[in-house]
Write a protein that binds this ligand. Structure first.
Ligand code: ZN
Length: 118
């Protein structure tokens, strides 16, 4: 029995892992807007532009860890390196199709906390 078969058998013996197995069948790939590398969506964080009540020039960009927020999303590695690259290349505004000043403090906060926990 190969290692793969063994893992499969282990998974099939557990009903709690059945949903995970189904979702793993489709493996969407996205491109990181920071480093432009293609990556499994599961390893990237989705970011969206949050609609603000005031129609000012500032667009608030927030992380979407649950991937449930409506609107156009962009994908990037949850690292400060990719975040700063994306900012430098103005890739976030381009990917989200928004213009004006971007408030990415929520993203910075998310990336920093993630880094601390890992
Ligand atoms: Zn990246």
């Amino acid at each position: 029995m190969t290692a793969v078969e063994w893992t499969k058998a282990q998974r099939e013996s557990s009903t709690s892992l059945r949903a995970e197995r189904v979702s793993a069948r489709s493996t969407p790939v996205r491109t990181c807007i920071g480093c432009r590398r293609r990556e499994l969506a599961a390893d990237l964080m989705r970011v969206v532009a949050q609609p603000t009540a005031e129609s000012g020039q500032t667009v608030v960009v927030v992380p979407d860890p649950r991937r449930r927020l409506p609107g156009r999303g962009a994908w990037m590695h949850p690292t400060s390196a990719c975040l700063s690259q994306a900012v430098r290349r103005r890739a976030i505004g381009r990917a989200l199709r928004v213009s004006g000043h971007l408030d990415i403090s929520a993203l910075e906060h998310y990336v920093e906390n993630r880094h601390e926990n890992s």
